[in-house]
Design a binder for this molecule. Structure first.
Ligand code: SF4
Length: 327
């Protein structure tokens, strides 16, 4: 849950999940609909599918007990080098290194590394530094779980003190060791190179209603937000006039493409959201129809059933507007 997501965002999802699926076995055996519903709004839905596959694998290969060996943890679906290192060190106090965005920032600053940490050679160097640090912690004569403490400290320092903009150097516990601070290079590091430019994309969605039922569909496997529900929609030209774009269809044809009579459409809302480098604008229109449009894989469902489905975040907002309008 915490991959790419802040703790404060995760907490209510975690609470709900643990109430509904408190054991590995419960997670392994839950329906696809249930796990997606519990994850609804958290994004990056491949994570929840991997989590369930991992639970199934733990049940099959490890008798339902979470494995302790680094290699066994790394073999679980959805768990890469960083997460396996975090689990091994934090939960089992093993000398496994970690390197995520926060730790990367902390280490490039403390060690004054001027090269881009995302480039292979520098990245390998950072992993090596992280490994040396945790191995050193493991060698200390102490009854404390040093590997766990070291890695948690690096993560916390990056999350709370050594933040990207305006880091709290004055109160930082490692400022005397920090090359960036001593050499007055904090603002320059890490050197992440140029950011990829954001791309604007525009979509039109239709809330089609007939005798109190709504037309919705489930996103197919292999696409972003796979298995989540949405209202029928299509991507259109960014400017809506059909003159620009490449392979997208103009605005007026959006409804035609879906077999919906555009004349009847009433604006519901506009939702703006981002996925990776894409800045999306989704315009939703309500349509009441007697003639059912034929939309591939779409089904008619009463409003009460829509509430129990896992929608993409943007389409969940549209559903919120539909609910308010119905009151
Ligand atoms: Fe980060 Fe400043 Fe601390 Fe260095 S002194 S680790 S730049 S917060």
């Amino acid at each position: 849950m915490l991959q790419q997501t802040q703790v404060k965002t995760v907490l209510p999802f975690w609470e709900r999940w643990m109430q509904e699926l408190p054991t590995v076995e419960a997670a392994a055996r839950a329906s696809s609909e249930k796990i997606h519903k519990l994850w609804e709004g958290l994004g990056y839905y491949a994570r929840v599918r991997n989590l369930q596959k991992a639970a199934q694998l733990i049940l099959d290969r490890h008798n339902g007990k979470f494995p302790k060996r680094f290699e066994d943890i790394l073999a679980l679906p959805g768990i890469g080098r960083y997460t396996a290192g975090a689990i091994s060190s934090i939960a089992f106090n093993q000398p496994a290194p970690i390197l995520d965005g926060n730790v990367m920032r902390v280490l490039t600053r403390i060690f004054g590394i001027a090269e881009n940490p995302r480039e292979k050679k520098t990245n390998q160097r950072l992993w090596q530094i992280a490994e040396e640090l945790v191995s050193h912690a493991a060698r200390q004569n102490s009854k404390l779980p040093n590997c766990s403490h070291l890695n948690q400290s690096l993560m916390e320092l990056g999350a709370l003190v050594c933040i990207p903009r305006n880091p709290q150097c004055a109160t930082c516990p490692v400022k005397k060791l920090c090359a960036a601070f001593i050499e007055n290079r904090v603002a320059e590091l890490p050197n992440l190179g140029k950011r990829e430019k954001a791309t604007a994309r525009r979509f039109v969605a239709f809330v089609v209603e007939r005798d109190g039922q709504f037309l919705v569909r489930q996103r197919p496997t292999g696409v972003v937000n796979a298995h989540l529900w949405e209202f029928p929609n299509v991507e259109i030209y960014q400017n809506g006039d059909g003159k620009k774009g490449n392979g997208h269809i103009p605005f007026a044809r959006a409804a035609k493409e879906l077999g919906i009579e555009f004349k009847n459409a009433k604006p519901i809302c506009t939702v703006k959201h981002s996925i990776t480098r894409y800045r999306m604008t989704l315009e939703a229109f309500g349509v009441q129809t007697k003639r059912a449009p034929q939309i591939l894989d779409a089904v008619w469902l009463p409003y009460a059933e829509l509430e129990s489905l896992a929608f993409t975040s943007a389409h969940r907002k549209i559903l919120g507007h539909v609910r308010s309008a119905a009151r």
